[in-house]
Design a protein around this ligand. Structure first.
Ligand code: GDP
Ligand code: MG
Length: 278
């Protein structure tokens, strides 16, 4: 049986390395990601008869091409095609941390959330309904306190249980972007344009975000690339004229809007709960 590939993704300081050390112990390799001086930690872990190769990805807030870490993280995910992504989120700072989760979900890869630092959240009187969160986003959520070794077994069980379980995830980006996205998706699918690496909607979003790395990969397919950039230019012009804004801004707004609605009943501040009973 071949080893299962799992990666730890998450914002800087969400507890990825602490969780990595908790799961891997002292047996791990340190190397660099190919061609760059970004450190890569990798460990072979045995659990319940399975062999898991666990990689600690660089911490990122996003999966855009704005920083080396972001490109390294997403390239590693799209080229190695892990059996599961573990997204480590800081429970005391949930909305901001889930911004990355939305982007990981859009990659349509198997994913679990490690809801870490629940001790910190509780200290700040933040209560999180993990089951409701899981139901709303369609991703398993496992509570952990990596620093205290809490949740290791549950997380590993989740990894084995939910590996290879991928599903499509899409949110609306509103009436200005959705029709363009659909048109681009159709073009991308018809031509199998970069689809061996990325989902079609993800490529379309990257074009709208002006992602230089993805567009560089697309350039060689002159015909489709030209059609996509023409659609993007049309959208850009329209947004500039009507709202004086850019597609990237609209995309971020809709992601945060989605998260606000997800978190509405999921996160409760203690004093808010008290108010309910007054
Ligand atoms: P990384 O940047 O995602 O790799 O985060 P680290 O693993 O380096 O953790 C950042 C800090 O958070 C460290 O000081 C950890 O000891 C601490 N930390 C990690 N997990 C937890 C947790 O569950 N609860 C608390 N209170 N602190 C944690
Ligand atoms: Mg780290």
């Amino acid at each position: 049986m071949s080893a299962l590939k799992a990666v730890l993704a998450g914002n800087p300081n969400s507890g990825k390395t602490t969780l990595f050390n908790l799961i891997a112990g002292t047996h791990y390799k340190v190397a660099n990601y190919p061609g760059v001086t970004v450190e890569k930690k990798e460990a072979k872990v045995h659990y319940d008869g399975s062999e898991i190769i666990l990689t600690d990805l660089p911490g990122t807030y996003s999966l855009t091409a704005y920083s080396l870490e972001e490109v390294v993280a997403r390239d590693f995910i799209t080229t190695t095609n892990p059996d599961i992504i573990i997204d480590v989120v800081d429970a005391s700072n949930l909305e901001r941390n889930l911004y990355l989760a939305v982007q990981l979900m859009e990659l349509d890869k198997p994913l679990v959330l490690a809801l870490n630092m629940v001790d910190m959240a509780e200290k700040r009187n933040i209560r999180i309904d993990a089951d409701l969160l899981a139901k709303k986003i369609g991703v398993p959520v496992i509570k952990t306190i990596a620093r205290d070794g809490v949740g290791k077994k549950e997380l590993l069980e989740g990894v084995l249980r939910f590996k290879s379980e991928r599903k499509e995830f899409r949110i609306s980006y509103g009436s200005d972007l959705d029709p363009a996205l659909e048109e681009m998706e159709a073009l991308i699918n018809e031509n199998a344009f970069l689809t061996e690496s990325y989902p079609a909607r993800w490529v379309a979003l990257k074009y709208l975000e002006n992602d230089v790395e993805v567009m560089k990969k697309g350039e060689v397919f002159t015909d489709v690339h030209g059609k996509l950039t023409a659609i993007v230019e049309k959208v850009e012009k329209h947004l500039k004229k009507t709202l004086d804004t850019y597609p990237e801004i609209i995309i971020a707004d809709y992601r945060y809007g989605y998260l606000k609605s997800v978190l509405k009943d999921v996160v409760k501040k203690e004093n808010e709960m008290e108010r309910l009973y007054l």
